[in-house]
Design a binder for this molecule. Structure first.
Ligand SMILES: NC(=O)c1ccc[n+]([C@@H]2O[C@H](COP(=O)([O-])OP(=O)(O)OC[C@H]3O[C@@H](n4cnc5c(N)ncnc54)[C@H](OP(=O)(O)O)[C@@H]3O)[C@@H](O)[C@H]2O)c1
Length: 292
């Protein structure tokens, strides 16, 4: 079964390519090969390649920069998704799409359900929500996987930033009043391939919005402490920095971050048998790969 992966050079796209199960003919296109914001290119590429399924891992992901260049964020995260949805509907291929915890306001105290009201606080979250909405309007056969705090060995993420800062500094301040679920990029890829495999064997899938993130929920500070604990065990850093807990107000950023980003993932488990990965195990895999 032929599967097209867009955004194939990103963190998740990269893992999708290298973790494809046998029996799939995978075509991965990076942004230089297919710009999803270009409606004509999307249409002609899909008509030419005729994939049976599309996994969209392309997105504008610069959360802070999006505040000053909303047009670019919307061009990819809303219009790019609409372009894919139209062209996919035309060739009869469903879409597996990735979205974010940032669609929520972040002021809850319980893990967010798929049915909870959305209220993004920044441009990035708003553009991703707009993408979910255009996809639902244009192409009924779609599945949205909302995830959070993605990290992998490939690309830029919090784990790599912590390792770099840990080499440069004796102590770091890390935000302790924002909670979420770190999610290994390889686990997201595996979840998407499991969904693709179900679609292939059943010829259909239970479509809709699903949450998928790593467990247990933690703060960025907890995440940083575990990164340095494991990095220390592996001898990845010569000396470990002190990691101080700070509050969001001590670390201002252009985009406001949700204080509570924890996603309830039981719907994906109930409908598709996909459970939450333990991010600490994913972290070990990433650090081992980085250690080479
Ligand atoms: N990173 C996170 O913490 C996080 C959290 C929650 C949800 N998500 C979602 O997870 C998905 C995967 O994110 P990621 O972490 O893998 O992001 P990433 O590493 O930034 O990858 C995104 C990829 O999309 C590509 N892209 C950007 N504009 C494009 C365009 N117009 N056409 C085609 N490709 C384009 C980028 O290519 P260039 O680099 O060449 O621009 C990049 O390779 C996204 O939907 C994201 O919104 C991410």
């Amino acid at each position: 079964m032929r599967v097209l992966i867009t955004g194939a050079r990103g963190q998740v796209g990269h893992e999708l390519l290298r973790r494809a199960p046998s029996g799939f003919e995978v075509m991965g296109l990076g942004s230089s090969e297919l710009d999803i914001g270009d409606a004509g290119s999307v249409e002609s590429t899909l008509r030419q390649l005729r994939p049976r399924l599309i996994i969209n891992a392309a997105a504008y992901t610069a959360v802070d920069k999006a505040e000053s260049e909303p047009e670019q964020a919307y061009r990819v995260n809303r219009d790019g998704v609409a372009n894919l949805a139209r062209a996919a509907a035309e060739i009869g291929a469903p879409i597996l799409h990735i979205s974010t915890d940032y669609v929520f306001a972040g002021d809850a105290q319980q893990p967010y359900l798929e049915t909870d009201p959305t209220a993004p606080s920044g441009v990035y979250g708003a553009s991703k929500l707009a993408g979910e909405q255009v996809l639902a309007e244009i192409h009924p056969r779609h599945l949205v996987l909302r995830t959070s705090w993605v990290f992998g060995a490939h690309g830029n993420n919090f784990v790599k930033t912590m390792l770099r800062l840990g080499r440069e500094r004796d102590k770091l301040g890390v935000v302790a009043d924002q909670h979420g679920g770190p999610t290994p990029a390889d686990s997201i890829a595996d979840a998407l391939w499991q969904l693709a495999s179900s679609y292939r064997s059943q010829g259909n899938l239970q479509w809709g919005i699903y949450h998928f993130s790593g467990a247990p929920a933690c703060s960025w500070h907890d995440f940083a402490v575990e990164i340095f604990r494991q990095a220390g065990q592996m001898g990845l850093l010569e000396r470990l920095p002190r990691v101080d807990a700070i509050s969001t107000s001590d670390y201002p950023t252009p985009a406001r971050r949700p204080a509570w980003s924890v996603l309830s993932c039981s719907r994906l488990e109930a409908d598709h048998g996909i459970g939450q990965p333990d991010w600490r195990e994913g972290l070990r895999r990433v650090l081992e790969e980085l250690a080479g």
